[in-house]
Unconditional design. Structure first.
Length: 266
């Protein structure tokens, strides 16, 4: 049997039915349905297509009530993602924009491409995130030096960074440095940086981060956790969590087929 036999092409561009198992019991159905349709639209799955599902189609497809599907469509219409009219089927005029250009701005060692403004939002020694405590070999609940910073360019937010360091390291930084330099620049001026490791994940940022990025609670965000090592013994100098604005250009990585490792391209 070929894959064409097992998965025949749909005879209609309309979504299939029987997707009730996509929705769970822990979040209101109309919120889940709205998010599902919004994700399809933002992903460009309705560009140039007709037959956007109506209230009855959605109710049958997801096993919800008509009022639930109606409210989800009304919210999409208020946001301009669908256009509805009496006596005609809804359509989606949304076309996803081109990804932002200008190259990655996650971390640089010089001023080229750096954001124009750094705003310290919180600085001091306080209880650190459990992951950061463990990275430093400490038990969760330990107090470490921390700085939460907003990064902006031309008045627009790019990301919020949450830096965690040993108190004796963080105590050396001046407020002027925190306002004018990226943290990696500050650290590289005092220590020999021996390794920078990064892991990416989807995360649910704090209200403080969301407020300064100007994003809604249900907007997915990408978070990078970076560990900076340096000094004579290559010890951990910093644990930092970066939460990127959804429009921030992401690193362009390439896979080395010989080693199986990913590395950032120029």
């Amino acid at each position: 049997m070929t894959w064409q036999d097992a998965f025949p092409a749909p005879s209609s561009p309309r979504p299939g039915k029987g997707d009730a198992d996509v929705l769970g019991p822990d979040v209101p159905m109309q919120v889940q349905l709205y998010r599902q349709l919004r994700a399809e639209i933002l992903d460009g799955l309705w560009v140039g297509r007709t037959g956007f599902p109506g209230e009855r189609d959605l109710a049958e497809r997801y096993g919800v009530s008509l009022i639930t599907s109606r409210r989800a469509l009304e919210r999409l219409a208020r946001e301009g993602l669908v256009v509805r009219g009496r006596g005609r089927r809804a359509t989606s005029p949304y076309v996803p924009p081109e990804p932002p250009g200008n190259g990655p701005v996650w971390f640089v060692l010089d001023s080229k491409g750096s954001p124009d403004a750094f705003q310290p939002l919180r600085v001091g020694i306080e209880t650190a995130p459990a992951e950061a405590c463990r990275a430093f070999g400490l038990t969760p609940g330990s107090a470490l030096w921390q700085c939460v910073q907003s990064h902006e360019r031309e008045g627009k937010p790019l990301l919020v960074s949450h830096h965690v360091q040993a108190p004796e390291v963080g105590a050396r930084h001046t407020l002027e440095e925190l306002r004018t330099q990226q943290m990696l620049q500050i650290l590289s001026g005092r220590y020999e940086i021996t390794a920078v490791r990064r892991s990416l994940r989807a995360d649910n940022p704090s209200p403080l981060v969301r407020r300064h990025l100007g994003i809604a609670p249900d907007t997915p965000v990408l978070t990078a956790v970076i560990r900076v090592h340096g000094g004579p013994s290559g010890e951990l100098l910093e644990w930092v969590r970066l939460t990127a604005h959804p429009e921030l250009p992401l690193p362009d990585d390439a896979l080395d087929l010989a080693t199986g490792r990913w590395s950032q391209t120029d």
